[in-house]
Design a protein around this ligand. Sequence first.
Ligand SMILES: [Zn+2]
Ligand SMILES: [Zn+2]
Length: 277
Amino acid sequence: MPLPAIDSTTDGHVHTRLCHHARGEMEEYVLAAMAAGLKKLVFLEHHEIGINYFESTWLTEAEFVAYHAEGKRLAARYAGKIEIGCGVEVGANPDHLQETADFLGRFAWDRIGLSYHYLWAGNEHVNMVSRRPASIALMEAIGVEKVAAAYFEGLTRALAVIPADVVCHLDAVLRHCPAFAFTGEHFARVREILALMRAKDIALEVNTSGFALRGEPYPTLAILQEARRMGIRLAAGSDAHRPADVGRYFDRLPGLLGEKADEPAVRGQQSEEPKVS
Ligand SMILES: [Zn+2]
Ligand SMILES: [Zn+2]
């Protein structure tokens, strides 16, 4: 049976002003989603535990209570027009995995997205997807290959403990570091992670914020095609941090993976190592 196309009627990853680095009320995102013709919108607000960083880019547990209440209100208010879900983009902190799983267990989530943003750097955490010059300098001081290795290792450990539904922006690590290039070695690590995801039936996010930055989503098309070959579900998310970005570039999702990717996946077939830029 052919794998279904990427569902471009659901935006499964948006933020709001609640995370301190996005703009707009939850309701403004709902209105933007309806204006974009989406059938479903899933909020995926940030959660982190045990992070030492100069600013908080995530919600407290009390804020998550209010977030869920507002999500329920909006779901009722817009019932019949658009489906609304409240999820979480949960940070993979290898030193606090059980604590994170315990937190997740205290709420009912429509989606749990797993991301790995913050790496422990000795005195403080560094945000591995940040474009801040200070973050880039710190990653270069650690060594970009060391950061990449720690990223894949930490994500692997998190996948064993965190009940994730989807893995977010899988190859966005070090994305603003000019000294880092994604190689076949990194692709091999990605493939191991994809195999774990396949075993647990965890979806891979097609994060369309990448189109604005590099003309293709996170992760890169070669990884998306590999995931497809492995039979992993793909889930679209805009990663909007302002209402105007809800559903951004979703018009590029139909046919994104080409004719071949729409053919049935052949189990056990070895694919050639695609080049990853
Ligand atoms: Zn964010
Ligand atoms: Zn993220």
